[in-house]
Structures are given as structure tokens and as C-alpha cells.
Design a protein around this ligand. Structure first.
Ligand code: SF4
Length: 548
């Protein structure tokens, strides 16, 4: 393999790689703004200029320093090159670039959402000058509302054009452009257009400074208070890798987590903003009995004791039962619920809940796919239920089974959808004097008629595994604690099963469950599950608290 030397470190590289890519692969920092691995190379910001010495074939291969600094993002690495971004000339260039970029920048970090994760802040500290020589008036640029999710603070823009290239090269929608020239050059949307495409909010992540801001996150948190937990898209079948960013048990935003095998660097706006239902004011947070009085605020243990006993009694008394396992649940949830149902009635009908489909899959210019299937784990739930054996049906088969078989006297229904999901036909099929136990999160047509309602935790409030549209199994971690009295479906099923067997209930553990599943025919639950890389696990806030 050819080698070059970057800042005194000998690096191997593959033919065709740029100096910046080689540096990245070797964990060496070369500052950059306009370069992004998912976009074309424009070499416009000039902060990555490096001093390069290379063998000169016209002088017997003697190593000679190239007189001009070269952009590391655009220059191919070559055998025997000696590259420095720390030489006097390179450092002087970095200082000049930072001085230029900061001339018209408002330096309003105290009121900027990007503060704490800003490329300009970071590089000003590491590569900039301690003071400014600029004494003239700065050019003022307007703030603009450029789309449903994004605000543009033009003052802060450093004209890296990442956002413009994203709309041209990834979404193909081309809403953004560079307007004007020289010092008054600015980013804008084309007249009469809005930045409104299914991936629009990715420009917020791409923007290395605070010029493109998230309306949904605006002024809600300082980023250094946020903790990041690796997660997986819990709303669609994409399996997109995410970071859930939260503080003190409240989720504030979702960010894409890079995974070149799944979502590259992007997530859809639908996924980025679709999580808000977890803190919906209407969320059902207490177990209830039909026609029963609400439990006292401090009676969580009693509420669960009474309702779980009623749920188990109702299903056991029914004798023959059916259960609808939602595709919004994890494989582990499906496993525990399946175990419970089969323990109550070995011949129970098990069905996979309705799988919402919206249009067709849409493939972006760079290959990113927006999934039409709006459930994260239809395949995983089906896989687990199939492993349990017996009669497994889809949602329409479930309705049919209820209509055809009057001996089914009890039903266990699970939902956990982000919006109303109960169809009139399902409601009608369930009706008929059956005992109904509902485990769900939001109000719907079944809540009032269910004999027992048990409040469930959403996917961010529990750990588990989803199988995406391509059959990839991926684990996700618990980001925040369940709201109020809610519990994960796995925990509810384990508690009911322990009660049925007269045992003490254990706490749910996703690793342990996958192991048990693997020992019971689902070997892939240990063998094939992709876990978040170690560096993404529970990234703590970098805010250090000092106890006075
Ligand atoms: S708005 Fe942000 S991403 Fe777009 S050109 Fe300016 S600095 Fe770059």
C-alpha cells in the first residue's frame, strides 16, 4: 500500500484518496468547512490548505516542496508525499482564513443555538487569532424564515455552500442558491420557493456555523447540557440510525447518526420531528379499569397491582384468546408478549398489527431511501411470532379470526403508534362481549371500551431491537425514563407472566432477552444484531458540573 506522511505520521492510503480523507482515516485533524464526505468537493473555504512536499519525477524523484499551499480536501494523496498543516506557512494561512471569515461574523455566540457545537468557534480557538484587527462596520445580513423547519441567519454564514450542494446533489430539489458577490454574497432560497423537501432539516446539521437553525429546537437548550443516546428510527421501516439528545429526562432533538450501510449521514424530517407524540399532552400515563375510578396520584404500585390482576384474570377466564402485536414494538416486546399469550392459551391466535403504508419508497439522488412503510419493526415482530409457532396472521387475518371464531373470548391489543390507528373494522371485530386488554400510549377508539388499559413506554423510553425494511436487525438503547407510570410492553408482559406463574417479576434486560431468544430458535438475535459503535454509546454532556 502506498504511504504518505501527514504532520509527521506515516499513513497508508488507497489510490484516489485525498489528503483529507487519509487524515480522517488516521484520526488526524485537518480543519475544514466546505468539505463533507457526502457532497462534491469545491475547495472553497481554504482552511484546509496544507504545505506539501512530493517526489519530483523530473528531478530523480527528489522530494521538493510545492511552492503553493494545496487544498487537502481536493489534492490526491501521493506516494512519498510529506504534508504539513502545522508548518509556519500553513498556520499563517489558517490564521488569515479565520480572520477573513470572522470579519463580518456577528460573533453573537451567547445568543446562538450553535454555540458549543460550532465549527467557527472551535476553529477560531484552535486556528484563529486572539483578537480582531477589523475596526470598520460589519456588513449586516437579514434573518429569514426559509422553510417549514429552517431559519437562515445570514450574518453568521461563512459561504461554505454545503447547504446549496445538499439540495442539488442529495435531494435534487435545488431550493437554495448563492446570491450576490464578494462581501455581500449570501445564501438564499430562489424567489417564491421554500426549503421544503423530505430531508430539508439535514442542512441544519450540515451547516458548520449557526447560520441555518432548527425552528423546533430554537432557544430550547444549550447544547452542552444535552446527552446523546444512540437509537434507531422508531417511526418508519428505514432503520435510520439516530442520536436522541435529551436533558433531565426530556428529549429535545433527534440527530442522524452516521451509518454508511443504512442512512449515510441523513434522516428525514418525518423522523426528525415525528417523536413529539411522546410528550403529547394527551398521552395516557396511568393504568385504568373500565368504569373504574382514576387512581390517586401517589398510588402507582396499587394501580399496576389492581390492573395487572384484572388483565390476567380477564384473559385467563376467557380461555381462548387472541393477541395483536403492534409492528411499532421491538422484537423483545413481541417475544415477551408472545410468551405470555401462549402461557395463557397455547392455541391463542397471534397477529401482527396494522402496518401503515404511505405511498411508495422514494430514493434520493445519493441512494438514501425514504420508506413508505410507517412502522419500524413489522418484519421483526413477524419473525419472532413465527418462531413461537402456531397460528400467526396479519391484521386483516386477525379481524377475520375474531369474526369467525366466537370462542375467542379475550383479546390483548397493543398499539404504540404515533397517531390514531384503530380502524372501524378492527373495533367492530373486537366487539362482542370479549374481555379487552389494551396496552397503548395515546387516546384512540378502543381506550374507553377496553376492560383494562395499561400505559406503554415509547421506543425512546426503552431498549430493544428493530428489523428494518432490508432485514437488518439493529439494537437501540433507552434514551429517557418512561413517562410517569408507563412501562415497556416487555416489562408488562414479564410482570403478567410472573404473576401467572406465581413468581417474582424480574426487570427487563434487552441483552438477556436476546440471549434467551437465541437459545430458543432465534439465533440471529445474538448473531446478527448490529449494535451502536462504542463511541456512540451514551455520549455524556461535556458540561462539567462543579460542586461548590
Ligand atoms: S448557510 Fe451554513 S451551510 Fe449554508 S453556506 Fe452558509 S455556512 Fe455553509
Amino acid at each position: 500500500m502506498p504511504t504518505c506522511t501527514i504532520n509527521d505520521v506515516v499513513c497508508e492510503f488507497e489510490e484516489g484518496q485525498t489528503i483529507l480523507e487519509v487524515a480522517h482515516d488516521n484520526d488526524l485533524e485537518i480543519p475544514h468547512y466546505c468539505w463533507h464526505p457526502g457532497l462534491s468537493i469545491v475547495a472553497s473555504c481554504r482552511i484546509c490548505l496544507a504545505e506539501v512536499a512530493a517526489p519530483n519525477p523530473r528531478n530523480d524523484g527528489k522530494i521538493e516542496t510545492i511552492p503553493k499551499l494545496l487544498p487537502a480536501c481536493q489534492t490526491p494523496a501521493g506516494e512519498g508525499q510529506i504534508i504539513s498543516t502545522k508548518s509556519e506557512k500553513a498556520v499563517e494561512s489558517q490564521h488569515s482564513v479565520m480572520e477573513l471569515l470572522l470579519i463580518n461574523h456577528p460573533v453573537d455566540c451567547p445568543v446562538c443555538d450553535q454555540a458549543g457545537e460550532c465549527g467557527l468557534q472551535d476553529y477560531a480557538y484552535r486556528y484563529g487569532n486572539a483578537s480582531s484587527r477589523f475596526e470598520e462596520d460589519k456588513i449586516k445580513q437579514p434573518k429569514k424564515d426559509i422553510g417549514p423547519h429552517v431559519l437562515l441567519y445570514s450574518d453568521r454564514c461563512i459561504m461554505c455552500t454545503r447547504c446549496v450542494r445538499f439540495t442539488r446533489e442529495v435531494t435534487g430539489t435545488g431550493e437554495l442558491m448563492v446570491e450576490g458577490r464578494g462581501a455581500t454574497e449570501s445564501i438564499d432560497v430562489f424567489p417564491g420557493k421554500a426549503l421544503d423537501n423530505p430531508l430539508s432539516a439535514n442542512v441544519i446539521d450540515l451547516c458548520p456555523v449557526g447560520a441555518l437553525l432548527d425552528k423546533d429546537f430554537l432557544f430550547t437548550q444549550r447544547v452542552w447540557y444535552l446527552k446523546s443516546t444512540p437509537s434507531i428510527d422508531g417511526l418508519t421501516s428505514s432503520g435510520d440510525n439516530l442520536l436522541v439528545e435529551h436533558n433531565q429526562g426530556e428529549v429535545y432533538r433527534l440527530k442522524p447518526r452516521e451509518n454508511m450501510d443504512v442512512n449515510r449521514w441523513w434522516i428525514t424530517d418525518e423522523v426528525r420531528y415525528g417523536w413529539h407524540f411522546i410528550k403529547n399532552d394527551d398521552r395516557l400515563l396511568m393504568p385504568t379499569l373500565k368504569d373504574g375510578e382514576p387512581f390517586e396520584d401517589d398510588a402507582a404500585d396499587e394501580a399496576w397491582e389492581v390492573t395487572e390482576a384484572a388483565a390476567l384474570d380477564g384473559l385467563q377466564d376467557a380461555g381462548h384468546i387472541a393477541a395483536l402485536i403492534s409492528p411499532m414494538l421491538s422484537c423483545e416486546d413481541a417475544w415477551h408478549l408472545g410468551q405470555l399469550v401462549r402461557a395463557i392459551d397455547p392455541h391463542a391466535v397471534l397477529g401482527v398489527g396494522p402496518v401503515p403504508i404511505d405511498g411508495q419508497d422514494q430514493t434520493m439522488l445519493d441512494g438514501f431511501v425514504i420508506r413508505a412503510e410507517k412502522a419500524p419493526n413489522a418484519r421483526g415482530v413477524r419473525r419472532v411470532l413465527d418462531a413461537l409457532g402456531g397460528n400467526i396472521v396479519d391484521a386483516s387475518g386477525f379481524e377475520q379470526a375474531l369474526q369467525d371464531d366466537a370462542s375467542i373470548a379475550g383479546v390483548l391489543i397493543t398499539g404504540n403508534y404515533p397517531s390514531e390507528w384503530v380502524t372501524p373494522s378492527l373495533q367492530q371485530a373486537i366487539d362482542g362481549g370479549r374481555c379487552v386488554v389494551l396496552i397503548d400510549t395515546l387516546p384512540n377508539a378502543l381506550v374507553d371500551s377496553a376492560d383494562v388499559f395499561l400505559p406503554a413506554a415509547t421506543w425512546m423510553e426503552k431498549a430493544g431491537t428493530f428489523e428494518n425494511a432490508t432485514g437488518r436487525l439493529q439494537s437501540f438503547q433507552q434514551s429517557v425514563r418512561p413517562k410517569r407510570w408507563c412501562k415497556g410492553e416487555s416489562q408488562i408482559a414479564m410482570d403478567l407472566l410472573a404473576r401467572l406463574r406465581g413468581e417474582t417479576a424480574a426487570a427487563f434486560c434487552d441483552d438477556q432477552t436476546r440471549k434467551v431468544m437465541s437459545e430458543n430458535g432465534l439465533t440471529e438475535m445474538v448473531r446478527d444484531v448490529h449494535h451502536p459503535p462504542a463511541q456512540d454509546i451514551q455520549a455524556e454532556s461535556d458540561m462539567h458540573l462543579i460542586v461548590l
